[in-house]
Ligand binder design. Structure first.
Ligand code: COA
Length: 146
């Protein structure tokens, strides 16, 4: 695969990111992504491939703790290392900003995402029963030291 560029999200990326996000469960609307982009603690990154947005990830940074709120890769480009490259690069940028740990919640039934997080060194830290709707699922809390 050609070079993947990881960079911070700009407002001009919103439409492409929202279209990708709509392919995921629990998808944020374009308005929600735009609101997040305007939030001072938010850190949003995109993966660009062949001049197009291939995926994006949204974190928040509060003091020395960061939370991954959403990550989605375009369906046609999944399974080629883009999600992993995006999160690795984002986590290294957040570490430079002072983050020492990253938390996330993931659907228990989302085995693909759980594998991605495990491959990045995230460990299971707890469970939130009945956290998700449509379809119902429990949330696994995962954490990684940066
Ligand atoms: C989860 C998601 C972001 C992964 O992005 P991706 O670019 O496809 O992932 P990568 O190709 O970088 O793969 C990274 C790791 O994820 C796991 N993985 C990826 N695709 C997988 C699949 N189809 N089946 C099982 N594991 C898979 C593997 O462990 C892989 O590492 P490896 O190739 O070294 O074995 C992507 O599938 C997606 O957008 N899913 C829908 C949205 C979603 O579920 N987001 C997470 C919400 S918590």
């Amino acid at each position: 695969m050609q070079e993947i560029i990881i960079r911070t999200m700009q407002s001009t990326d919103l439409a492409e990111c929202a279209a990708i996000e709509q392919t995921a469960l629990d998808a944020w609307s374009m308005e929600q992504i735009a609101d997040e982009l305007a939030f001072e603690a938010a850190r949003l990154y995109v993966a660009e491939w062949q001049g197009k947005i291939a995926g994006f990830a949204a974190f928040q940074l509060a003091a020395d703790e960061t939370t991954l709120n959403t990550v989605t890769v375009a369906p046609a480009l999944r399974g080629q290392g883009i999600g992993k490259a995006l999160l690795e690069d984002a986590l290294s940028q957040l570490k430079k900003e002072g983050a020492v740990s990253c938390f996330l919640e993931v659907r228990v039934q989302n085995e693909t995402a759980r594998r991605l997080y495990r491959s990045l060194g995230f460990e299971e830290a707890g469970m939130r029963k009945g956290f998700y709707k449509n379809p119902p699922d429990d949330a696994l809390v995962m954490v990684k030291s940066l």
